[in-house]
Design a protein around this ligand. Structure first.
Ligand code: CO
Length: 494
């Protein structure tokens, strides 16, 4: 069986290494060559890209799909969708999820990798149904973690449920790079026996195990593997595409991809990566902490920043020990957006205040209230009481409590939101989208007299932020503050 390849350079690759800052203009020149390769898909949207487009790059995320599709019409496009959280950090109502999927399909997304941080199938069902309805490929993701409850029977049960909900393929999403080669082998083998669905293997090279794990996953029957072109591979990113292609060459799993063409693509992205040097993650080599504490590299820089602000830098090793404890307290939830942020923050608070759960964030309260879904195991009553007192957690699907919100959002967004896509951008990022719309309007109209005052005001704002309005700024102009923000942000988002 030929193994198929998904290249992640245009989404997870740059999200993992340069805080998701790659601009569309740096993707377009190489897109025609990428289109010749014969990838199963190219992941180029979703995850943190939507947020960074609007927030930092001043780009319309929806336009990225349209522009890229024109340059690579033959390659299926893939996105990462956080279930009911879409590409944001809270639960959205079903009508927003449905409209988002419809528009993403219309623009050209073919494969939707849908996952939920808690592996609660109820958080995937609306998105899965919507993708089916719009003719897309439903790739249902299993958020992989290691805990006393996350054994093979647990994953098989979840996969069966995903199959019932209409999954076309199953993705093992090992976002922290924790899976060992033999664990990958066993899991893939049993998933294949249990569901007969194609298995798509996703891991990160954070701990250094991803390459052998990919090989064992293939040996066990994984049909599709995730890689990133070498110049955007390794560290907290992924196995290099060329290495995987070479590793399988001449075997029954030969990918058939052309190494010479891949080398050209690698060369191109080498240059692109240099442009974004200011955003490079500190964690580009092997991270031994992830092997011991299961804390992915990106979370580490956030801890350091938070502890520095509280003048408790000496407490870092205590935070390392506290993260797995909070994770266990929260019913052994996997750590991936948004749970990685919630658990990470709470671990820092517990250490800073010297007493566990003395101070708690709203997010962790909502997690305990059941508003993010059902945790893998129930949260112990004493922990629950410390965080939400006598409140009773909900047991229904969280989105069942949400009223349809599209019409309300459309009204709130006002005339600057021109399309359904704009309303969705606003609904997802209400603090960021309005400024983006305003800037876009100014750029389109140009500098006529009527707008001069507003443009001057905008210019003042933009120089304060050291970002050029027209181009969104050349990366080396970005301030140190933006860089700090980027490292923190990029690290949390997986
Ligand atoms: Co990933």
């Amino acid at each position: 069986m030929k193994v198929k390849v998904t290249d992640l350079v245009l989404r997870d690759g740059h999200q993992s290494l340069i805080a998701t800052r790659m601009r569309t203009e740096d993707m377009l020149p190489i897109a025609p060559l990428m289109d010749e390769i014969g990838y199963w898909s190219v992941e180029m949207w979703g995850g943190a890209t939507f947020d960074t487009c609007l927030r930092f790059l001043k780009e319309d995320p929806w336009e990225r799909i349209t522009k890229l599709k024109k340059e690579m019409p033959n390659t299926p496009f893939q996105m990462l969708l956080r279930g009911q959280n879409i590409v944001g950090y809270r639960h959205y109502s079903d009508d927003i999820v449905e409209k988002f999927v419809e528009k993403a399909c219309e623009r050209g997304i073919d494969v939707f990798r849908i996952f939920d941080a808690l592996n609660d199938p109820r958080n995937l069902q609306t998105a899965m149904r919507a993708v089916k309805k719009n003719g897309g490929v439903v790739e249902a993701g299993i958020s992989y973690t290691i805990s006393p409850v996350h054994d093979i029977p647990y994953y098989l049960k979840f996969a069966r449920r995903l199959q019932e909900l209409g999954a076309d393929t199953i993705c093992i999403k090992d976002m922290a790079g924790l899976i060992s080669p033999m664990d990958a082998y066993e899991l893939v083998k049993q998933l294949r026996e249990e569901t007969a669905l194609p298995v798509h293997f996703h891991s990160h090279t954070t701990s250094g195990m991803a390459l052998p794990a990919t090989f064992k996953a293939v040996e066990a029957g994984a049909e599709i593997v995730d890689t990133a072109i070498s110049s955007f591979s390794m560290g907290t990113s992924h196995s290099p595409t060329e290495t995987v292609v070479a590793m399988l060459r001449g075997t029954e799993w030969d990918t058939g991809l052309d190494l010479k063409k891949l080398a050209e693509i690698a060369e191109y992205f080498k240059g692109v990566r240099k442009k974004y040097a200011a955003f490079e993650s500190e964690h580009i080599a092997i991270d031994t902490d992830v092997l011991i504490y299961q804390i992915p590299g990106g979370m580490m820089s956030n801890f350091k920043n938070q502890l520095r602000e509280a003048k408790k830098e000496d407490k870092l090793s205590e935070v390392f020990l506290e993260v797995p404890r909070v994770k266990a307290d929260m019913g052994h939830i996997p750590l991936v957006t948004p749970t990685s942020q919630i658990v990470g923050n709470q671990a820092v608070l517990n250490v800073i205040y010297g007493e566990r759960y003395k101070v708690t964030s709203n997010e962790i309260k909502n997690l305990v209230r059941g508003l993010y879904g059902k945790t893998p195991v129930e949260i112990a009553p004493d922990i629950r009481r410390k965080i939400i007192g006598d409140e009773t957690p909900i047991t229904v699907r969280p989105a069942d409590l949400l009223e349809p919100e599209f019409d309300k959002q459309a009204k709130e967004a006002g005339p600057l939101a021109k399309t359904v896509e704009d309303v969705l951008s606003y609904a997802l990022f209400p603090q960021v989208a309005p400024e983006f719309f305003k800037d876009r309007e100014m750029n389109e109209k140009g500098l006529n007299l009527k707008d001069l005052a507003a443009v001057a005001a905008m210019y003042m704002r933009s120089t304060e932020r050291k970002i050029d309005v027209k181009t969104g700024g050349n990366v080396d102009q970005w301030s140190a503050a933006a860089r700090r923000e980027s490292v923190g942000n990029g690290g949390w988002l997986v």
